[in-house]
Write a new protein. Structure first.
Length: 162
């Protein structure tokens, strides 16, 4: 049985200072084969890595447990952060998160997502409605509490070892 992936592209604001922000496109993804996680992909031009940090002048690899690289339709490599779906849901209601990802509600039906990496911290402001819609769509595919039905321990072990 094939269960569809949920992908949604939304607009967000990268907070640069108290009075400055930059608009960016963020792709939210949910994969039933990784039912406990959600992904946020950001355009490569918003990377905190210095150009040339990685092999062949590409951006460096992401730290474990934080961002990763994914394909960017514009030809670069998106910066992809993977974290718990329940963290996103909790952060829409109350401040939530430990470690690299923190999520909290903000004034005016907004949600703040703070991403911490060794290179620095990014604060991104989302419209809460976009995040709620994405979560609703993910729950249509895999309802809360049914994640265990979609886990494949053999595949997970193969990914860890290979």
């Amino acid at each position: 049985m094939h269960t569809p992936t949920v992908d949604e592209t939304v607009q967000a604001r990268l907070v640069l200072s108290t009075h400055r922000s930059a608009r960016l496109r963020v792709t939210l993804s949910y994969r039933p084969d990784d039912p406990l996680a959600v992904r946020m992909a950001f355009p490569a031009e918003f990377s905190l890595d210095e150009p040339g940090d990685g092999p062949d002048g590409a951006a460096g690899d992401a730290p474990a447990g934080g961002p990763g690289d994914g394909p960017d339709p514009d030809g670069g490599r998106d910066i992809v952060w993977v974290f718990a779906r329940h963290l996103l849901a909790a952060g829409l209601e109350l401040p939530a998160g430990l470690g690299d990802v923190h999520i909290r509600p903000a004034a005016g039906r907004r949600t703040m997502v703070e991403l911490r990496a060794p290179e620095g911290t990014a604060l991104i402001r989302f419209d809460s409605t976009d995040l709620r819609r994405f979560l609703w769509r993910s729950r249509v595919v895999v309802p809360d509490g049914d994640e265990h039905l979609f886990l494949d321990p053999d595949r997970a072990l193969a990914e860890l070892l290979g």
